[in-house]
Design a protein around this ligand. Structure first.
Ligand SMILES: [Zn+2]
Length: 124
């Protein structure tokens, strides 16, 4: 399994792996969010009530978290944070009614990421 070989690598490799895992939720969430009625052009503004009460608030906040102009070495904790938040979002939004062994893209991604997060927890 590729999953277990990842754990032996250094943090930089780990960060780029996590970065690659974020591609899928970034695509899904971008597709979900409709910015046509947004006064802030999709820039989540935590202080604006319009943002915190917006139906796309959670997804928009995530996109802003995951798409900030990145330094070449984004800290791993931030990537992991974006990853676990994406798991919550996809789980909540798309997993209902899917069986455990489901092979849709979403379920496959969720299983892959859960295994990865699990392997990370075992290390600490
Ligand atoms: Zn599924």
């Amino acid at each position: 399994m590729t999953m277990t070989t990842q754990t032996g690598h250094n943090a930089r490799t780990l960060a780029s792996y996590v970065e690659s895992l974020l591609d899928y939720p970034r695509w899904v969430i971008e597709r979900d969010v409709d910015f046509s009625g947004c006064d802030y052009q999709g820039t989540f503004t935590a202080s604006a009530e319009r943002c915190t009460s917006c139906q796309f608030g959670t997804a928009c906040r995530w996109l802003n978290l995951a798409q900030l102009p990145k330094p070449p070495d984004q800290p791993l904790p931030e990537l992991m944070n974006a990853l676990t938040t994406a798991v919550d979002y996809l789980q909540l939004t798309y997993s209902e009614g899917h069986e455990r062994g489901c092979h849709c893209e979403n379920c496959l991604w969720l299983r892959q990421v859960r295994r990865f997060l699990h392997s990370q927890n075992d290390l600490t």
